[in-house]
Design a protein around this ligand. Structure first.
Ligand SMILES: Cc1ncc(COP(=O)(O)O)c(C=O)c1O
Length: 403
């Protein structure tokens, strides 16, 4: 590389990544093949449109790449291509969610999403995000005592607020989610159910979390967390569920949810797709459809449970008492007797352990210096860590935080 400044910075970041213990729940390490796809000549190509329907010439090869990514996505999640379609063009998870709202609900309609401070994502209707400016969030919370989802309370809230769409799937929630119960709530009030499986997509692929497709009207995901692909987003939607709408000229138009999603992504909100990213996603989807990835997903859950349980034994409060997936929240503030989340995160970083500060349910502190830290094991499991390493890591974290 001729640009020595960037060359040195890239080398420094590579070194940093190698040196630290990475417990950021939303990060992972992609394979060399995924990196090669990302750094390929496909980044040079403009390809507005979809395979077979492009606005630019020269897309014969690109069409094959995008089609392969679509096929692999449907195969990985065991979806019948006659019934389901997938859009692999969203630039990331946030635009994928916005594209769904744009496709399915009218401006100003209500989005019932988990409160950001309790584990939801910004794009689930929070007012600092486009999703909360253009639509109106009905925030839901966890049960104060169990710190888990309370489906009865969700039903009561949905009946009161009558949202147009309910979002399930979170940024900092460590328990299994009942898609069935979420769909029942959505059906009771005539809302769509959007499952955002961004965090757990790799666990769904590996059979470690129930798949949402039987119950969701539409499913979004990022491709770069537990799924271990490049940064990106995907939207899965049914081809055989139709929505009828009256157009401005008074005529009725019936379209499938998948067709509405396609239009919403392009031309609705994006221009040319990032083909290098789509090529990287295709590679990652193939990797995720292997016995070794299934084993990996199982190991992620085993490692996370081991780390959470050991920290609990060492006296730390784990939110909801434990974890079923790749992530958990730890209360480091302990009613003022401990550290703030920021202090804990800084102290750990100085010792080479990277976590992120995080609010805990019903946090009395601010999101800028909350009571907790979020810990995830997807990245370290990719690097080969096992349960015995997690036991050691728990003792190390405990020692650093108690110094
Ligand atoms: C549940 C959930 N949805 C969507 C997103 C957004 O993804 P991105 O950062 O790729 O826009 C995230 C990111 O953390 C997330 O946790």
């Amino acid at each position: 590389m001729k640009d020595t400044k960037i060359k040195n910075l890239l080398a420094a970041e590579k070194k940093r990544q190698k040196k630290v213990v990475n417990l950021i729940a939303s990060e992972n390490y992609v394979s060399d093949d995924v990196l090669k796809a990302l750094g390929s000549e496909t980044t040079n190509k403009y390809a507005e449109g979809y395979p077979g329907k492009r606005y630019y010439a020269g897309n014969v090869i690109v069409d094959q790449i995008e089609t392969l990514a679509q096929e692999r996505a449907l195969t990985l999640f065991k979806l019948n291509p006659k019934k389901w379609g997938v859009n692999v063009q969203p630039l990331s998870g946030s635009p994928a969610n916005i594209a769904v709202y744009q496709a399915l609900i009218t401006p100003g309609a209500k989005i019932m999403g988990m409160d950001l401070a309790q584990g939801g994502h910004l794009t689930h209707g929070h007012n600092v995000s486009f999703s909360g400016k253009f639509w109106k969030q009905v925030p839901y919370t966890l049960d104060k005592k169990t710190e888990k989802l309370d489906y009865d309370a969700l039903l009561t809230l949905a009946k009161k607020e009558k949202p147009a769409i309910i979002v399930a799937g979170y940024t900092a929630y460590s328990r299994k989610i009942s898609w069935k119960k979420m769909r029942e709530i959505a059906d009771t009030v005539g809302a769509y159910l959007l499952v955002d499986m961004s965090h757990i997509a790799g666990l769904v692929a590996g059979g470690e979390h129930p798949a949402p497709f039987k119950y969701a009207h539409v499913v979004t995901t990022t491709t770069h967390k537990t799924l271990r692909g490049p940064r990106g987003g995907m939207i899965f939607a049914p081809k055989d569920v139709f929505i009828e709408r009256t157009l401005k000229n008074g005529t009725l138009k019936k379209e499938s949810i998948f067709d509405l999603i396609q239009k919403s992504v392009f031309p609705g909100m994006q221009g040319g797709p990032h083909i290098n990213q789509i090529a990287g996603i295709a590679v990652a989807l193939k990797e995720a459809n292997t016995a070794s990835f299934k084993k990996y997903a199982g190991q992620v859950v085993k490692n996370t449970k081991t780390l959470a349980n050991e920290l609990k034994k060492l006296g730390w409060r784990i939110i909801s008492g434990g974890t079923d997936n790749h992530v958990f929240l730890m209360d480091v503030w302990n009613d003022g007797k401990g550290l703030t989340g920021k202090e804990a995160s800084d102290i750990l970083e100085a010792a080479g352990i990277i976590v992120n500060m995080n609010t805990i349910p019903y946090d009395a502190r601010s999101p800028f210096n909350p009571s907790g830290i979020r810990i995830g094991c997807a990245a370290e499991t990719t690097r080969g860590k096992k349960e015995k390493d997690m036991l050691q890591l728990a003792r190390q974290i405990d020692k650093i935080l108690r110094k």
